[in-house]
Each structure stands twice: as C-alpha cells, then as structure tokens.
Design a protein around this ligand. Structure first.
Ligand code: NAX
Length: 327
C-alpha cells in the first residue's frame, strides 16, 4: 500500500474546513488508494473547535486517514506537507477598508509562505482559498521565493469555484449534462471581475457559443450570475459558500495531482502568457499531467475578451500595489 501524504489545512475550524476535511479523509482529493495525514492549523482561540472536528474525523473511522494533528504553529502544520490548503484568512470586518483587508491578509500570508518554504516538501503544492485568494497566493509565493527550496510555480489561487459555477450555468442554458461540456476558462481574479469565457467550450463536440447564440445573455445574464454568485449564496443561505468551495478545492488539487483530460481553470503565477505580467496569480486555462500543470497557449483573444481580461488584471494590479511595501 502507498505511504501516506501529508495535507495541511489552515482555517480548519471554519465552515469550509468542515466540508473539506471529511472529503479529503474519504479519498476524494488524492485517490481512493492514497492514505493521508491531516495537519490542521487554526488560531489559538479555535483549537477547542478543531479538537471537536478531529473527534468527528475519528468517528468516521476513515480507512485512509493515517493520522491527524492540530496546531496553532505554522511551522508544525506545514512540516513535510505534500499539499497545503490555505483556507483561513482575515475576513472583512465592519467598516474595514479594502486596503486594510489586503494588508491584514498580507501579514498572514507572508508568515505562512515562509513557513511552507522552510518546512514543507520541496515539491509541495499550495492552493490558497482564503480571500482575496489571488493576491494572498501572490504574497505567499513571494515570501516563499525569498526562502528558496520550494517550486514558485506551485503557489496557486482558487478559481475553480468560478469555473464550476460557470459550467453549471452553461449546462442549464444548453440543456446538456455538465459532463458533456469541455474547454471552459475563467480568466483573472476570483472576484466579480472574473471573465468566464465559453468561446472555446464544446458540448459533445459542438460549439456551445453557437448553441446558445445569444450575445445579450452572455453579457447581461451569464457573466453577472457567475460573478455575483457568492453574494447570491450569502443572500439565500445567510452564510457564504462552503460545501461548494470545499468541492472546488478538492477538484483543483485532484486534477493537479492525478491529471485531467479537459481544460481546468487554475489561478497560477503568470509566465507572461496572454500579456499577463509574470508572477501575477491569474485564472488561466490549464491542463494537468504527471503531477504538473501547463497553461494552454495560443488561444485567440478578441477585442471583447481583451477588454474583460484587462479589467480583471487591473484589479489584481491594484491589489498588488496595495501590498507591495510588505514584500
Ligand atoms: P470561516 O470564518 O468559517 O473560517 C475561517 C477559519 O480560519 C476560522 O476558523 C479562523 O479561526 C481561521 N483563521 C483565521 N486566520 C487564520 C490564520 N492566520 N491561520 C489559521 N487559521 C486562521 O470562513 P470560511 O467560510 O471557512 O471561509 C474561509 C475563506 O475562504 C474566507 O477567506 C473566504 O472569503 C474564502 N472563500 C474563498 C472562495 C474562493 O472561491 N476562492 C469561495 C468561498 C469562500 O468565500
């Protein structure tokens, strides 16, 4: 049987953690034959709650769960980690300015990026879920690069929830099953500025754009629905998306580790593709093979798409400027 992989999860006592940990332990993320050890990080005041979650993990008697530890020390949580899921973040409190939110999170993610680079496996895969996730991933990566050791390409932000939201809207609009839809991409920032782009999407080989044949729907219904979906969930549920966010994190890491035939949207540090400045963590179409990923190159960017991509990039560059002095 396989040796266990170590999965560090931050914000383990939170609502996404409560959906995420059980699915990881059940083998949904790394495979049904892959034992895992969970290394749970949360704040000191949340340790009691993490203990409760660990009791429930025990009570599931998951055959693949080879161990679990809880800690408030990033150096302990990230020790020898193969995968780090950075879910915990500073939420926006009442009256907090956007710049304050960015710097409060900057402080968290510089510490965590450094601790990962110093303690985790050299080929660790890092996925930032905690918002603003693209910029938090950018900060963690910058802190990790200062240490060296880990692979700077392996610091990602999560765009997969936006990707899955867009897939589900397209399935409903075309009447095709989700599984029939291929080649979707969501460009940019995980925010309402993201650009979900179905110009290349096919359903059983046929063009989804041609099937829908409705440019007004794209601009007036589809993009706002996907972009504001998080707010719509809060409105309906009284709480932010949690199970769907956990599911998206599982999908992202699953495909990265085990491969994917289809395109998947990942927030990855730009290599300069499509005119996105190097290092900006940006939603790109990717394909995953042999435990690695590649940005799909050479897609045509028309004027409308260029406008959308530039807008979401502008937002990310403003976020980057707001944290520049911390790096
Ligand atoms: P919760 O408030 O339920 O849980 C957050 C947990 O993180 C708490 O237990 C808290 O104690 C812990 N925490 C805070 N600072 C920490 C630190 N420095 N180190 C370790 N733990 C820390 O939030 P939840 O609903 O679970 O959401 C977590 C994050 O995911 C938020 O930032 C949220 O905005 C973000 N999301 C990102 C999504 C995406 O698509 N990228 C979608 C869902 C979600 O909104």
């Amino acid at each position: 049987s396989k040796a266990p992989l170590r999965v560090a999860v931050t914000g383990a006592a939170g609502q996404i953690g409560y959906s995420l940990l059980f699915r990881i332990a059940a083998g949904d993320m790394l495979g049904k034959d892959q034992p895992v050890i969970l290394q749970l990080l949360d704040l000191p005041q949340a340790q009691q709650a993490v203990k409760g979650v660990m009791m429930e993990l025990d009570d599931c008697a998951f055959p693949l769960l080879a161990g679990a530890v809880a800690t408030d020390d990033p150096n302990v949580a990230f020790k020898d980690a193969d995968v780090c899921l950075l879910v915990g973040a500073r939420p926006r409190s009442k009256g907090m300015e956007r710049a304050d939110l960015l710097t409060a999170n900057g402080a968290i993610f510089t510490v965590q990026g450094k601790a990962i680079a110093e303690n985790a496996k050299e080929d660790v895969k890092v996925l930032v879920v905690g918002n603003p996730c693209n910029t938090n991933a950018y900060i963690a990566r910058a802190a990790a690069i200062k240490v060296g050791r880990t692979n700077p390409a392996n610091y990602h932000g999560m765009l997969r929830l936006d990707h899955n939201r867009a897939l589900s809207q397209l399935a409903a609009k075309t009447g095709k099953p989700v599984a029939a839809l291929k080649q979707l991409v969501v460009w940019g920032n995980h925010s309402p500025s993201m650009y979900a782009d179905y110009r290349f999407t096919t359903a059983d080989g046929a063009s989804v754009k041609a099937l829908i044949n409705d440019p007004v729907w794209n601009n007036d219904v589809f993009l706002p629905t996907v972009g504001k979906r998080g707010a719509a969930i809060i409105e309906a549920r009284g709480l932010s998306s949690a199970a769907s966010a956990a599911n998206a994190a599982i999908d992202h890491v699953h495909d990265w580790v085990l491969g994917s035939d289809d395109w998947v949207t990942m927030g990855v540090p730009s290599d300069g593709s499509y005119g996105i400045p190097e290092g900006v963590v940006f939603g790109f179409p990717c394909c995953c093979r042999n435990g690695g990923y590649e940005i799909i190159k050479g897609l045509e960017i028309d004027d409308y798409s260029r406008g959308k991509i530039d807008l979401t990039l502008k937002e990310l560059e403003e976020e980057r400027a707001a944290v520049a002095s911390m790096l």
